[in-house]
Design a protein. Structure first.
Length: 364
């Protein structure tokens, strides 16, 4: 059997570019179409000199006609641009949306944080997400929903780091669900490549740390709450039992997210010794190849995961403050979107989950 053909829309952007960097060496895939918007007709090598294999492709317009006819279609478009387009795509192709249009299950949440047309949610592309417990007490995972999936919604990058850090505590009832706080240090590539705001200029960014979308305004909040609801086996409609303070802070780095997620311990959490708390994280990520719970005392750093689909995690308890702290470092473009999408694609296709992916970071 020949390789599976892949079309990537948003190919000239950061998320699409990372998908192409990974797919260029994926043994089962061949990139046959790169689609863009303002760059139509240009040679792709101009936008991605770091992927010489694809340099001679020409950027085509983002239309159903150009995208259909490929086995796999990846949409890496601005929010709101993929919903209507997706409805016109071949039902037999596997379509993965890296944007937000098919992530949220409740229209209320979409209206409150995004607005515009609401589209049906697709199979959520976070294989390690805990979705409840089986009769034998083991965790069920989102991975189980992915084989054969034809429509996959890639999670938000900040969502990925926050969810992976704290879901073990949520699933086991170790922290107060109404008082979770996430502070994230994030790299600039998360904002995409277009210069939307003056603070994205190097002259403004290089010497500065800058919070944005503070005080309950960040659009990733409802997606994280949805994930926490699933982690205790509830539906998205029950997400309101969780509350999240969320503060992302831009730091002068290109890639990377370091999430520090904390919450007051519940009575159950207080009753556990530190090693028992660590055991909860170890169990939650046992057999999850791309998630590493670091040895005790070693903290995650973005520098160790850049260029990889790895998530590095640590947990610690502040007994004086009665708070639990969980940390997660990821590469926003790889684990936070394109790597996670290829991991989900592999599962959908029945391939080994790690095909074409690495958990080896570029360090230093
Ligand atoms: N950056 C990140 O870390 C992450 C991004 N994502 C998601 O991926 C998606 C893309 O983000 P990102 O790569 O950062 O953004 P970029 O701004 O870097 O890229 C946007 C891409 O979309 C194309 N485009 C812009 N407008 C349109 C349009 N109206 N119709 C068709 N194509 C269009 C652009 O083409 P051209 O250059 O030719 O104009 C470009 O290829 C977003 O939904 C984002 O939320 C998800 C997780 C992480
Ligand atoms: C630095 C920066 O602006 N980051 C973006 C992350 C984008 C992303 O990962 O998520 P979406 O796919 O939901 O856009 C943000 O915080 O909104």
């Amino acid at each position: 059997m020949g390789k599976l053909t892949v079309a990537v829309a948003g190919a000239t952007g950061y998320a699409g570019g990372e998908a192409l960097r990974i797919l260029a060496t994926h043994p089962e895939c061949e990139v046959t179409c790169v689609a863009g918007h303002s760059s139509v007709g240009e040679r792709f090598g101009q936008f991605a000199p770091h992927i010489p294999q694809l340099a001679d492709l020409t950027v085509v317009d983002t239309t159903p006609e150009n995208l259909n006819g490929h086995d796999i279609i990846i949409l890496a478009l601005p929010h709101g641009a993929s919903g209507a387009l997706a409805a016109q795509l071949d039902p037999d192709s596997i379509v993965i949306d890296l944007g937000a249009d098919h992530r949220l299950e409740c229209k209320d949440a979409w209206d409150a944080f995004y607005g515009g047309d609401f589209y049906d949610h697709w199979t959520y592309g976070m294989p390690e997400l805990i979705t409840g417990k089986a009769a034998d007490g083991s965790y069920t995972r989102q991975r189980e929903n992915l084989p054969g999936a034809k429509r996959i919604a890639g999670p938000g990058c900040n969502v990925t780091a926050t969810t992976l850090a704290m879901q073990p505590a949520v699933a086991e009832g170790l922290v107060e669900p109404g008082a979770i706080v996430a502070d994230l240090v994030v790299g600039y590539s998360g904002a995409g490549k277009s210069l939307k705001k003056p603070y994205l200029l190097a002259s403004e960014a290089l010497q500065s740390a800058l919070p944005y979308s503070v005080a309950g305004r960040h659009r990733h909040i409802p997606e994280i709450l949805q994930n926490f609801a699933h982690a205790v086996g509830l539906t998205a409609a029950d997400a309101s039992r969780f509350r999240l303070g969320f503060t992302p802070i831009l730091a002068p780095m290109s890639r990377g997210i370091l999430a520090t997620v904390s919450a007051p311990l519940t009575e159950k959490g207080e009753s556990l010794a530190d090693d028992a708390i660590r055991a909860v994280w170890t169990k939650a990520y046992e057999g999850q190849d791309f998630v590493t719970v670091l040895p005790e005392g070693m903290l995650p750093a973005t520098g160790n995961v850049i260029g990889s689909n790895a998530a590095h995690i640590q947990v610690a308890v502040d007994h004086n403050a009665h708070r639990l702290y969980a940390f997660c470092a990821i590469d926003n473009l790889n684990r936070g979107t394109a790597g996670q999408a290829v991991e989900s694609l592999n599962i959908a296709l029945g391939l080994d989950e790690s095909t074409g992916l690495t958990k080896i970071g570029v360090a230093p």
